[in-house]
Design a protein around this ligand. Sequence first.
Ligand code: PLP
Length: 403
Amino acid sequence: MKQNLAINGGPKTIDKNFAWPIYDETDVDAVAEIIRSGKWGNPDCGDAVEAFEKEFASFCGTKYALTCVNGSVALRLALIACGVKPGDEVIVTPYTFIATASIVLEANCVPVFVDIDPDTYNLNSVEIEKAITNRTKAIIPVHFAGQACDMDAIMAIARKHHLRVIEDACHGHGAEYKGKKLGSIGDAGCFSFQSSKNLTSGEGGMITTNDEQLYDMMNSLRNMGRVKGGQWYEHHNPGCNYRLTQIQAVLLSNQFKRLKEQTARRHKNGTYLNSLLEKIDGIKPLARGLGETLHCYHIYIFKYDKSKFNNLSKVEFTKMLAAEGVPCFMGYPQPLYKQPLFQKKNFMCYAIPPEVDYAKVCCPETEKACYEEAVWIFQNTLLGTKEDMNKFAEAIIKIQKAV
Ligand SMILES: Cc1ncc(COP(=O)(O)O)c(C=O)c1O
């Protein structure tokens, strides 16, 4: 039976190229028009940048939206603008991309890792409260894979302890929690437009907020510390040049026209794939129905139980599934706190107290997700057809029967 597997030279279950990014001549024309205009950047002729910011704010239902160079910088600007001081603690998840935690270090603050909820892989709100000390200043919940965090619980904890909430919505374009767009619930929401993201211009970032003071500070930090009404060579805050170009903005505006339909399609296909995979012994899609009224499936994640696959390791399983034609990945190989950056404390900042020792951190649910369970399928595949979803399930069943 094993010879039948594509990894051993057998036929693939699905042979399809799931293109990303998706574009047409309207994208090319929009960019060409900016190039011909000669107005490529600079805040003085950034009308395409401002137009996209207005569109995005209105879409998210926030007063403001501010573009910047990438999602990491969006998080960094939001955290610094919240007024954190060296040595302050910021609660983060260990099941995320490095930027969620490394921007905390860059702000001279201490990342405090709190474990994930095993059903959703998002921050566990019960564990958040246990981790709060008198030095805690902010929480950065990541809407991982495009699934909303438990925002009611997180906002209630934040209000009780006077903490700022910065939503890492870098996976969450267009997704919703109880009808509200992700990025519109906390003090600020941060988005990435890097090439793999559900809305992309190759690189780019955005911060949404309803708080005027935060907006003014982030705007200043993004623009070399300049302030509204100030001179060009007048600098008030320790900012840098984090501005987006007109070329990126106009591409984003055009791509943005497709986001609503694409999000609905991913949501529909993701929900359908759940109904197929939950019937397979040893496969469990992440839990739904916890307030996420619209899931944008930046990643489709399911849990894998090797005991139902003749003890085949997750790594071997994902290789076999990829060979069958399902674009998938084993996800993060280890929790963030296990990265050499944290284990060796290679920090270029001086406010981390000596007693902070990441070698002692253990978040069992994150370890289980990384080492044993989590399998990722990429967002562009969820733009496929119902038949493609059937094939994904078929490929898993084929492997289970063969091993
Ligand atoms: C959860 C999360 N946060 C932040 C970022 C950083 O975004 P960028 O790559 O645009 O800096 C990413 C990027 O992959 C991410 O996945």
